[in-house]
Write a protein that binds this ligand. Structure first.
Ligand code: SF4
Length: 235
């Protein structure tokens, strides 16, 4: 798919639209968790990003900071993006739900999976983010995010690693959530990293193809052909 790069005016317009939407989300109390949250976690990144990463929902640190993917899982996501040559601020990162789904256990507040109703209530905000940013590729991180796009029958272990048609026909790839990767150990960790790396390389190839379409030029000499990114040792 080929689309020209947005102009400065388009970038400013998208920034304004996202800021307006973030204010709407901040005021939203459609669900009970809207009253329990510390901060809404709207999303952050480049409003003209080619890649949008979508996770499930905020955890404790995200709720406290108002930012998606912070803490160890966020650090790993930053490394995963870096492995395919992307800075975190070059992509757009958000979640399927904007408030932390939680419950109280004594004095502790624990995470829980969002309810179907909460996901339904919050979905229009994600849809609008996608419509404003119009990414070229969506990367769903984890089964809950994948199910929100592809339906409840989606099974991440069997069905990740292929291209699907996302909203507005945007190519959608699914991989494991960084928090899931961090929970693995031993051989399971090695295998999970291998699979995630395969998914990331597919995303890299799609974005690389897009970049060539955006900047038409004489094909590079064989010696200048970009090779696949090397899997870094840190990931
Ligand atoms: S989860 Fe979404 S819909 Fe529900 S209160 Fe928070 S922002 Fe509103």
């Amino acid at each position: 798919m080929s689309e020209r790069e947005p102009t400065l005016a388009e970038r400013a317009s998208r920034e304004r639209a996202l800021a307006q939407l973030a204010r709407t989300v901040e005021a939203c109390r459609k669900c009970e968790i809207g009253y329990a949250r510390t901060k809404t976690v709207f999303g952050e990144g480049d409003p003209c990003a080619h890649l949008m990463c979508v996770g499930e929902g905020p955890g404790e640190m995200e709720d406290a900071t108002g930012r998606p993917f912070v803490g160890r899982a966020g650090e790993l996501l930053t490394k995963m993006l870096g492995a395919i040559g992307l800075e975190r601020n070059e992509v757009y990162i958000c979640n399927t739900i904007k408030c932390r789904a939680s419950y109280r256990e004594g004095t502790k507040v624990r995470n829980r999976a969002p309810t179907p109703q909460e996901l339904t209530n919050c979905r229009p905000y994600l849809d609008e983010q996608i419509a404003i940013i119009r990414p070229q590729v969506i990367l769903a991180l984890g089964a809950p995010a994948a199910k929100s796009f592809l339906g409840p029958a989606f099974q991440i272990t069997r069905m990740r690693g292929r291209w699907y048609e996302g909203p507005h026909g945007i190519p959608l790839m699914v991989t494991f959530h960084p928090a899931y990767v961090l929970r693995q150990g031993g051989m399971a960790l090695t295998e999970t990293k291998r699979l995630v790396w395969a998914d990331l390389k597919a995303v890299w190839a799609r974005l690389d193809e897009l970049e060539r379409q955006l900047e038409p030029q004489a094909p590079p000499a064989a010696s200048e052909q970009p090779g696949e990114p090397e899997r870094p040792t840190l990931f």
